[in-house]
Design a protein around this ligand. Structure first.
Ligand code: ZN
Length: 310
């Protein structure tokens, strides 16, 4: 059952974006963010606070770049949220993770409230550990050829990559499951939720698939956005705005058209943390049961198996 949420300012539904920095270039800074801001969207921008200190596993800007930092501070000033995408675009050990959280706090004035894993060894509850049920984990390992089984250990005490205690003490909301459904609240009505088996994360949120420009515009199609509005729902679009949204200095025309269209519906647009604060204020805190999380995980796995979602 989809919870009926009253949105602030009498708005009919909520819409936001959580952007991971993978593949990010100056293009999103120059073209995508001014466009989003002008349309009235206020979203979450996930960053790598430090690095690269060694061989990267992903391209994309980091807060070590002065111009990028200035851009982020400006976005924060006008109401965007800066979030955390692990310490750097490569595996990091605990001392580096501590440094990255301090650097984040020094630049942005506080520790990050919302977090999404990058595929580093220091990712937390990632790979098969995203899932609770042993059957789901076994299927996940089959689907991913077991390759991601034990690499991620941010939540494993004794691992050089462990930072679970810091995650618990310094952050609040953590992204896990991603669905094809535009209405993230319909796909996962529990959020933000606590899971008793995941002591290092306060509360989890889910997202809707939009990993690159092509999949983003598919999820926010006209039909889907009309339904989102009708249902009074909430959409958190998971994406990488560095992936295909700008070509030769021009925004993708379909992205421009569909985002302009949804902005005219006048949704409530706030970044992920205030959005989750609002949901929690309306619904109260929620601890998910084993059966509820397992049902959600099977649904996620089915969508992932057939559509390759994130
Ligand atoms: Zn990433």
């Amino acid at each position: 059952m989809i919870p009926k949420i009253e949105w602030p300012e009498g708005k009919r539904f909520a819409f936001t974006v959580f952007d991971d920095p993978d593949g990010d270039t100056v293009a999103s800074r120059k073209w995508v963010y001014p466009f989003l801001a002008d349309l009235g969207f206020r979203t979450s921008i996930a960053v790598w606070p430090i690095g690269p200190l060694r061989q990267r596993n992903s391209s994309g800007e980091t807060c070590a770049d002065k111009d990028y930092r200035e851009h982020l501070l400006h976005m924060q000033d006008i109401g965007f949220e800066i979030s955390y995408h692990n310490a750097a675009p490569h595996d990091c050990v605990r001392a580096e993770i501590i440094q990255s959280l301090d650097v984040f706090r020094d630049i942005f004035g506080a520790y990050p409230r919302s977090v999404a894993n990058h595929y580093n060894a220091d990712a937390l509850y990632w790979g098969a550990a995203r899932l609770h049920s042993p059957a789901c984990r076994a299927l996940y390992n089959l689907m991913t050829f077991g390759g991601k089984k034990s690499r991620f250990s941010g939540h494993v005490e004794g691992s050089p990559h462990f930072w679970g205690d810091l995650c618990r003490d310094r952050t609040q909301y953590f992204r896990n499951l991603v669905f094809r459904e535009i209405n993230t609240l319909k796909a996962c009505p529990y959020q933000p939720y606590t899971s008793v088996d995941r002591p290092y994360v306060h509360e989890w949120f889910s997202a809707s698939e939009g990993t690159d420009c092509r999949s983003f515009v598919k999820t926010i199609s006209e039909v889907n956005q009309d339904r989102l509005e009708e249902e009074g729902g909430m959409s958190i679009m998971y994406t990488h705005l560095g992936k295909g949204f700008v070509t030769d200095g021009k925004l993708d025309p379909e992205f421009r058209r569909l985002m302009t269209r949804i902005s005219k519906k006048n949704p409530w647009s706030a970044p992920v943390s205030p959005l989750m604060d609002h949901l929690k204020a309306k619904k109260g805190p929620f601890t998910i049961s084993y059966d509820e999380i397992t049902r959600l995980e099977w649904k996620w796995l089915a969508v992932k198996a057939f559509h390759g979602t994130s």
